[in-house]
Design a protein around this ligand. Structure first.
Ligand SMILES: [Zn+2]
Length: 301
């Protein structure tokens, strides 16, 4: 969705609120407090006042009550603009840039972006178990990116994984030609039990075939699924046995992570990685804007 389309379709808070009401209720307004359908409208022009009132519990409410949009004191149009800016930015957008683009204080932009990233993190599309040939791998992010040089290559980082590196491990699974899911493993060792648990949470192990590299942590997978390991020292691609798909996703994660952050917070790593994953999973979705808004409005997928 283009920014100009947002301002054309929803020029103010009022029109944005009417759109959210349509997305959330589609003409059947329900009290978010008591679920009563006996409601009436005030049609207030002042966006600080709720537009609806329940005739059973007498509480006043707006379409934002009980959704991610609630309690922000921001015009709803600002949310729509933030959604579009974040979805349009292929390499991600920093909170500082969002603050400048929307004319908001940094902390406000930070909180807005966090809520949107949280919606991406809880994307219902990731809840259906992955199937078919999947690739599982991990990447290490955080710290300052190393500038060039033979020691800065990916080979050097790979050889240090799980041992010397102080970076944050992020584990992911990708379906070939399909979806990806990735989560940070903060302050916990990458062992077989944890990797197996992550795999089982996201993949239908009975039907899937998983490709990994030869990292020892993945050896336990053969107990729960069909597992092939590719030896990168010998060959990067050996027929169907490769991890090129997830390596491609990691390059998107790194580009976004190192491109937009001036400091690195492990605490929010899942949110930033999930933003990249959400965009990857919706790369062929022409109406990702509406789908994300439905999710943010609490409408079941
Ligand atoms: Zn009510």
């Amino acid at each position: 969705m283009k920014i100009t389309e947002i301002t054309r379709r929803w020029p103010d808070h009022e029109s944005a609120m009417a759109h959210l009401e349509k997305v959330r209720w589609n003409g059947h307004v329900v009290c978010p407090y008591c679920k009563s359908e006996k409601t009436c409208t005030h049609a207030s022009k002042d966006h600080s006042l709720p537009r609806w009132q329940c005739q059973d519990c007498t509480r006043a409410f707006s379409a934002t009550v009980g959704t991610i949009f609630h309690h922000t004191h921001l015009p709803l149009q600002t949310w729509f603009l933030a959604l579009a800016i974040m979805l349009n930015a292929k390499k991600g957008v920093s909170n500082a840039q969002l603050s400048r683009d929307l004319g908001l204080p940094y902390k406000t932009a930070w909180s807005l972006a966090l809520r949107i990233r949280n919606a991406m993190l809880t994307d219902p599309a990731q809840k259906r178990l992955f199937q078919g040939i999947v690739e599982m791998d991990e990447v290490y992010i955080g710290g300052k990116p190393r500038k060039g040089g033979p020691k800065g290559g990916s080979g050097a980082k790979k050889s240090k994984r799980g041992r010397g590196t102080a970076k944050l491990p992020v584990v992911g699974v990708v379906e070939r030609h399909g979806r990806v899911v990735a989560r940070a493993f903060n302050n916990v060792p990458l062992n077989s039990d944890r990797l197996n648990a992550f795999f089982s949470k996201h993949v239908d192990g009975a039907s899937a075939i998983v490709m990994t590299d030869e990292f020892g942590g993945y050896r336990g997978l053969k107990a729960i699924t069909t597992h092939y390991a590719v030896d990168h020292k010998v060959a990067y691609v050996s027929g169907e046995t490769h991890t090129n798909t997830i390596e491609g996703f990691w390059s998107l994660v790194k580009r976004s992570w190192y491109g937009q952050h001036h400091f690195y917070s492990r605490k929010w790593a899942d949110h930033y990685v999930s933003e990249t994953a959400f965009k990857y999973n919706n790369r062929n979705n022409p109406d990702v804007f509406s789908d994300l808004m439905r999710h943010m409005a609490g409408v079941a997928a």
